[in-house]
Design a protein around this ligand. Structure first.
Ligand SMILES: NC(=O)c1ccc[n+]([C@@H]2O[C@H](COP(=O)([O-])OP(=O)(O)OC[C@H]3O[C@@H](n4cnc5c(N)ncnc54)[C@H](O)[C@@H]3O)[C@@H](O)[C@H]2O)c1
Length: 252
């Protein structure tokens, strides 16, 4: 114990953690981080090949489950297959960029299904067990774009704003059962999701111009913050969205 903080507070060895989008940049960093802190992992993604590769490197023999978050039945099947979960890192998502008037009904519906309906269905299904056991933490991966307007990302930012509001309201409903619901809102973070944008000099300069710290976030930074939010260090925190964006929203 130092300054009132139990240094074992990040010990996750008695927690089962489900990470969605685990094969991606932020999800795989979360897997490595929670595994290093002793968690028992369940990894889920639509990309089964990358998931199996990750499982080999992450250690601890995680359970790996393929599913498609755009299909409600698959989300429900995933929730039924994972067993009791203490911490849900509700992280899978996609980015789609195009002028709003050029987006098809299919694209809009797909984006909402993956980024909003899927996470709500999964959180709600898993919260039932958490409520019965009287403990649980749900961390939704939102985005700094939940708080700012953004050209060509109307529907994406709408889904993330929806997730922030779901975080507040679910937190209020489930607090009495010992279930915390929080969100992490990364700013531009160097992962495959934005690789193509920031790999061009103009794209990179345009994004950096909006970030007062003049640098992108890293997946490892996001994973560390998820660990803090999942730990008992923040056991009085619920309904909150932690923005980790190098000052992007502050300067908007
Ligand atoms: N990278 C950024 O700049 C940034 C910024 C803000 C928010 N985010 C959010 O962070 C989260 C993680 O993104 P990332 O940067 O690691 O991106 P990523 O593309 O590296 O990872 C996303 C993962 O989600 C999975 N996924 C996508 N659609 C799915 C579906 N239908 N069913 C199951 N799995 C699916 C992908 O296979 C992939 O492994 C996302 O929710 C994203 O919106 C990212």
């Amino acid at each position: 114990m130092t300054d009132g903080i139990d240094l074992n507070i990040f010990d996750m060895s008695d927690r089962r953690v489900l990470i969605t989008g685990a094969a991606g940049g932020i999800g795989s960093a979360m897997a490595r981080s929670f595994s290093a802190h002793g968690a028992t992992l369940v990894l889920a993604d639509r990309n089964q090949t990358d998931l199996d590769e990750l499982a080999k490197s992450v250690g601890g023999n995680p359970l790996c489950l393929g599913y498609d978050q755009s299909i409600p039945e698959e989300v429900e099947k995933l929730a039924a297959a994972v067993g009791p979960i203490d911490i849900l890192l509700n992280n899978a998502g996609i980015l789609a960029m195009s002028p709003l008037q050029e987006q098809s009904t299919e694209e809009i519906t797909q984006l909402i299904a993956i980024n909003l309906t899927g996470p709500i269905l999964l959180a709600t299904a898993l919260a039932k067990g958490m409520i019965t056991r009287g403990r649980g933490v749900i961390i939704n991966t939102a985005s700094q774009l939940a708080f700012t307007g953004a050209m060509n990302r109307s529907v994406y930012s709408t889904t993330k704003a929806g997730l922030v509001q779901f975080t507040r309201t679910a937190a209020a409903e489930w607090a009495r059962y010992g279930v915390r619901v929080v969100a992490l809102a990364p700013g531009p973070t160097e992962t495959p999701m934005i690789k193509e944008i920031i790999n061009t000099p103009e794209g990179r300069a345009q994004r950096l111009d909006k970030i007062p710290m003049q640098r992108f976030g890293t997946a490892e930074e996001m994973a560390r913050l998820a660990l803090v939010l999942a730990s008992d260090l923040t056991d009085n925190v619920t309904g909150h969205t932690l923005v980790a964006d190098g000052g992007y929203v502050a300067a908007s």
